[in-house]
Write a protein that binds this ligand. Structure first.
Ligand code: HEC
Length: 193
């Protein structure tokens, strides 16, 4: 299903069902190279993080794996940003780290993901010629140890210490935990400045 919104008279937003290939008829997304690139970056981010998380949980246990989320997730984001020239991050309506708090436009998209059963991806070019992409991150079984409703005591203690304002627990399997966000600066202004 496609979600569209008009900005400056042009259709600029397209959303698709998670896991189903883009079959868009409206808008620019399906043949915009930044759409494909953004998707690729989000997929790489997800794969790298999940692999590191699984390994850390298996070798050191969930408390040790907290450091993967704390240190490795931002490191992967920085590396992907550096490689691509885009700003790559994770965000959420109920964030654990206030540094991941959404900007107003991201809040809007996250709400749309929550409200829609089908739209889990977002793409638009703004009036300032910035290109924005977001992809919803579902809560998988692996995530519940640290984001579910019954967290092990050791996890609770560690989170209380490192994240005193944590809002990122109480999620159920399949809930939208947050989203990857990828923003590309205006290519013209970027070369001018
Ligand atoms: C070992 C514990 C642990 C596991 C397992 C875990 N997370 Fe996290 N998660 C954290 C911590 C800690 C943070 C805060 C990271 C930071 O400081 O940026 C976090 C942050 C996040 C954020 C960034 C937004 C925020 O809340 O600050 C997202 C999105 C997220 N996790 C999704 C997931 C998903 C999806 C899974 C399952 C694939 C998962 N996490 C598994 C501990 C965990």
């Amino acid at each position: 299903m496609t979600h569209t919104r008009t900005i400056s008279g042009r259709v600029r937003i397209a959303g698709v069902v998670l896991g189903i290939l883009w079959a868009g008829s409206a808008g620019i997304a399906d043949d915009d190279p930044l759409f494909a690139k953004s998707r690729g970056i989000a997929a790489t981010f997800a794969e790298n993080l999940q692999a590191a998380l699984k390994e850390a949980m298996a070798s050191g246990g969930p408390v040790a794996a907290i450091d993967v989320c704390k240190d490795l997730a931002p490191a992967i984001a920085s590396e992907l940003s550096r490689e691509s020239g885009a700003k790559v991050s994770r965000t959420s309506l109920r964030f654990r780290n206030p540094g991941n708090a959404p900007e107003p436009w991201q809040t809007e998209v996250l709400r749309m993901f929550n409200d829609s059963d089908t739209t889990k991806e977002f793409f638009e070019r703004t009036e300032n010629n910035e290109t924005r992409y977001m992809k919803a991150i579902p809560t998988a079984p692996l995530c519940l140890t640290c984001h579910g409703s019954e967290l092990p005591k050791a996890i609770q203690d560690r989170l209380a210490r490192d994240y005193p304002h944590d809002r990122a627990s109480g999620y159920q399997l399949g809930d939208i935990r947050g989203a990857f966000s990828i923003t590309w600066p205006d290519p013209v202004n970027k070369t001018r400045h």
